[in-house]
Design a protein around this ligand. Structure first.
Ligand code: ASP
Length: 303
């Protein structure tokens, strides 16, 4: 990664953190903070969500997002939407304005239309680096198939095509009232097909929040995160085994997932504001901001 690129990632992460902090500072809710933070990242072309979403095998961008309110246990999610600029806002609307938890595809877009959500032409999501990644993924897939190893349903981990790791975005926050919230937004995996949906919109896997334990958002190879029910497992270890958020997140990401071969990481926060950000990949763009507005940003494993 070039120094310029790294600076750009850091700048966008900081902007996102400050957007959330501005809300919390005024006494706003953790849900508002999570949504505002994720919207900044969705609007950036750098991350695999919103504007910078990866391509499906067929050359589309299909976006997934979810949000959960730790105070009420309510949750909302959307999957496979193609024309929604900020899927996190639509996920929140599903939570607040529908009796459902998850809406998909054109149905989710009809619901969005009824609620006046911002639509974009699907071309809005076209970016050159992502398009190149799809071509690379297809070449790699063809090479695998030539060796007799590929299957028609192969999805290549983004890690293999991005040169750098997963780009799904997420946020967790704790507000003054003591309420936790979590949200996640993604374009999924490069070269995905057949309407594949990852962990990001699955409540309990890619996103989970409960005031009793923690708020979690995950990034990584979604199939493993779904099977391991990562977000809820971290909360359950805290609730039933009295682990701290750091111990619980470590147990799931660095032990259980590693054993299964699942690459990725999480951001997690408990009701005291303790933060855990373990990842078993080379790097994970991450940052946090405290009540005083002090920002810390990191990419690789720090000593
Ligand atoms: N977890 C996402 C998915 O499987 C991908 C990612 O985090 O980059 O769809």
């Amino acid at each position: 990664m070039t120094p310029e690129k790294e600076a750009a990632y850091r700048a966008d992460l900081e902007r996102a953190l400050r957007a959330g902090h501005a809300i919390l500072e005024k006494g706003g809710s953790s849900l508002d903070a999570v949504e505002a933070t994720i919207r900044v990242l969705e609007d950036s072309p750098l991350f695999n969500a919103g504007k910078g979403a990866v391509f499906t095998h067929d050359g589309h961008n299909e976006l997934d997002a979810s949000v959960m309110d730790g105070a009420t246990g309510k949750a909302g999610a959307v999957a496979g939407v193609r024309r929604i600029r900020n899927p996190i806002t639509l996920a929140r609307l599903v939570m607040e304005k529908s009796p459902h938890v998850m809406l998909i595809g054109t149905g989710a877009e009809r619901f969005a239309r009824e609620h006046g959500i911002a639509f974009v032409n699907p071309k809005y999501f076209w970016t050159e680096p992502r398009w190149k990644q799809l071509q690379e993924a297809k070449r790699a897939e063809a090479a695998e198939r030539a060796k007799g190893r590929g299957t028609t349903a192969a999805v290549l981990p983004n890690a293999e095509t991005e040169g750098f790791k997963f780009g799904t975005v997420g946020a967790v926050a704790l507000d003054r009232a003591g309420n936790l919230a979590a949200g996640t937004s993604t374009g999924g995996m490069t070269n995905k097909r057949f309407g594949r949906v990852g962990d990001a919109p699955i409540i309990g896997a890619g996103t989970y929040a409960s005031n009793a334990t923690c708020a979690v958002s995950a990034t990584g190879h979604g199939e493993y995160f779904i099977r391991s029910v990562v977000g809820h497992d971290i909360a359950a270890l805290m609730e039933y085994r009295s682990m701290s958020v750091v111990e619980a997140a470590d147990e799931v990401v660095m032990k259980k997932l590693v054993k299964l071969g699942g690459e990725g990481g999480v951001i997690a926060m408990d009701r005291f504001g303790n933060v855990a950000m373990p990842f078993n990949s080379t790097g994970m763009y991450r940052g946090w901001i405290d009540a005083d507005g002090k920002v810390t940003i990191a990419i690789f494993h720090e000593p």
